[in-house]
Design a binder for this molecule. Structure first.
Ligand code: TEU
Ligand code: CA
Length: 591
């Protein structure tokens, strides 16, 4: 059998402790593999219970050992932490809890020594209300910063004198997207919390400020940006009511301003003004974006972004009654595969995909699309890694995914921290009376953002080795069994499997550039596809169920016999048409 299967001898040595293997050179963004760190939850170096920059630097070998090329840091800028750093009060300062600019420079240098770049989170759809621009802006209507934000007169006043918001827009984190400002008698717009006022990108001075702060970080050696809700920056001039809200809907109105009239113009300007002058990787976070939009943002020849994060495959298991993501149902596998295939085919040869199962906003994939029961957790986590990483695009790995971390179900609402969850609880339970407390706790356990934010599980010591103090958010109680120290050296563990997947990507051009074809679009249990490049055929077959499954299609034609590159169940399969065992995933190459 082929030497790339999961035998420890061929797999090489585990990363921790030893020198990190240098990743393959990354001449362009299409060869990148990105690891996302949520700094607050990654590693606490000084015992205050909060992850920090030094904690990241101390654990770089864990990341580098996977063979990734880039690390995306969720925001590390100064912030009052209403939304854990996604509310920035100073774009040129590091959050004191995370460390100093010197710590940051050290991290950049230490990552570079290991062949990795640092990607910053660029949160410029909104700032914190504690940012100096907003303090100025709200101080008077005449202030030169007034027009940095989006202010509107009330639509009128109720009989009791309360002002009526300009539109009925619903915010992601509060009932109205408009907040009344008594002092100046106008509302300001905030699509996220009341402490996250939206910037006015129509104002050229705002755009210049953003470009200047981007240069500040690029000059410090960062390798690019992940751009937070970047497709919402152009809101248009005419604000009309949200028809879904008028009809009784409760989901946010963000979709109304997504992909607005000037967004492509702004991004092309950003490229000319900033990005073209540096060697960067860019990925836009773009909720409410279709393949057609993706072709515009990430089209090879359009001079905007390298790639975008689609949300479509993350919304397939939402509430069927229209209550957003709050639900506990399982996704339909055909719908999931078909959506991913739609993006693969839609962007093929013309634009570039990002590939992700997890980030700091999403529940843990092994619990969501896999099977986190003890006997299947590792196997199904590895299987999900395989089907994602062999697709065309740049894979993103979110901290803990590489060791198969699972969702958490805390007993009390007060055990959780996330502002989105807190708001949703009020919206659907306290105020709305739509869900019972028990229902909502179940939905939070399935879909809440804190599933991703419980501290990284490093080892079996107290608090999972994340902190010597009291963690800001409770550790998942399963850490004695699920942790990096246990998983990483295990040749059959999730970490080594991910490492092998990334190694394959660096080695085989067909994974970067091959065409894509889905083989089993309707099958409810398997997920299989081929990638083709010249004479080469890469065949990926996976069983997304806990029973044996025969391939629901004939083994595709290829220019030669198939050799096994990778599998996750022993003993290794001998031929592609052998039935797949529970949660088995195989990668074959011919030609
Ligand atoms: O998320 C943007 C966004 O659209 C969120 O509403 C997202 O859909 C939600 O968290 C999923 O449940 C980005 C960041 O990733 C998120 O962490 C921030 O809270 C948000 O922007 C505001 O900056
Ligand atoms: Ca700390």
């Amino acid at each position: 059998m082929n030497h790339d299967t999961h035998t420890p001898a061929a797999a090489g040595t585990p990363a921790a402790g030893g020198p990190a293997p240098a990743p393959a050179p990354a001449p362009d963004f299409r060869r990148s593999v990105v690891y996302q760190v949520y700094p607050r939850s990654f590693a606490d170096s000084n015992g205050d219970g909060i992850g920090d920059l030094r904690g990241i630097t101390e654990h770089l070998d864990h990341i580098a050992g996977l063979g990734v090329t880039d690390i995306w840091l969720s925001p590390v800028y100064a912030s009052p932490n209403d939304d854990n750093g996604y509310d920035i009060s100073d774009y040129r300062a590091i959050m004191p809890e995370f460390g100093t600019l010197e710590d940051f420079d050290e991290l950049v240098a230490a990552a570079r020594e290991r062949g990795m770049r640092i990607i910053m989170d660029l949160v410029v759809n909104h700032t914190s209300d504690e940012h100096e621009w907003f303090r100025q802006s709200r101080s008077s209507r005449e202030n030169p910063y007034r027009d940095y934000y989006i202010w509107r007169d009330p639509a009128g006043f109720r009989d009791d004198g309360t002002p009526i918001p300009p539109t009925n827009w619903v915010s992601c984190f509060s009932p109205s997207a408009w907040e009344w400002d008594e002092a100046t008698g106008q509302f300001y717009l905030h699509f996220f919390s009341t402490k996250q006022p939206d910037l006015n990108w129509e104002n050229p001075r705002v755009r210049e400020e953003v470009y200047a702060l981007m240069r500040f970080w690029l000059d410090r050696g960062v390798g690019g940006f992940r751009m937070d809700v970047i497709n919402a920056i152009s809101k248009g001039e005419e604000f009309v009511d949200d028809p879904r809200v008028s009809a009784g809907g409760r989901e946010s109105s963000l979709y109304l301003v997504a992909n607005g009239p000037r967004v492509h113009e702004f991004l092309q300007e950003m490229r000319r003004e900033v990005l073209d002058h540096y060697d960067t990787i860019t990925v836009g976070e773009t909720p409410g974006t279709t393949v057609e939009d993706g072709l515009k943002y990430a089209g090879f020849a359009r001079g905007e972004l390298n790639m975008v994060f689609t949300f479509e495959h993350m919304m397939l298991d939402g509430n069927p009654e229209g209550y957003g993501k709050w639900w506990d149902g399982r996704v339909s596998l055909p719908a999931l595969k078909q959506n991913l295939a739609h993006w693969q085919k839609g962007l093929e040869g013309r634009a570039w995909n990002s590939l992700y199962w997890n980030n700091h906003d999403q529940p843990r994939v092994v619990s969501r699309f896999g099977d986190d029961r003890p006997e299947y957790r590792v196997r199904s986590a590895a299987m999900l890694g395989t089907v994602l990483h062999m697709l065309c695009g740049t894979p993103y790995i979110y901290q803990g995914e590489e060791i198969g971390m699972t969702n958490v179900a805390f007993p009390e609402l007060s055990d959780y921290d996330d502002i989105e969850q807190r708001n949703a609880y009020h919206q659907y339970v306290t105020d709305g009376g739509i869900f019972t407390h028990e229902q909502m706790m179940r939905y939070i356990a399935h879909r809440g953002r804190d599933n991703a934010r419980t501290p990284m599980q490093w080892d079996a010591s107290e608090n999972a080795g994340f902190t010597s103090g009291t963690p800001w958010l409770r550790v998942n109680p399963n850490y004695p069994d699920i942790n990096a120290a246990a998983d990483r050296p295990d040749p059959h563990g999730v970490y080594q499997h991910y490492r092998r997947l990334i190694e394959l990507r660096h080695r085989h051009e067909v994974i970067i550039s091959g065409d894509f074809e889905l083989l089993d679009p309707e099958d409810p249990h398997t997920f299989s596809y081929v990638r083709r490049l010249g004479e080469q055929t890469l065949l990926v077959t996976a069983n997304v169920s806990d029973e044996d499954r025969a391939l629901p299609f004939p083994v595709p034609e290829a220019s030669g016999p198939f050799t096994l590159l990778n599998s996750n169940v022993d003993p290794a399969p001998e031929a592609p048409d052998q039935p797949l065992r529970p949660y088995e995933a195989r990668i074959w190459l011919a030609g």
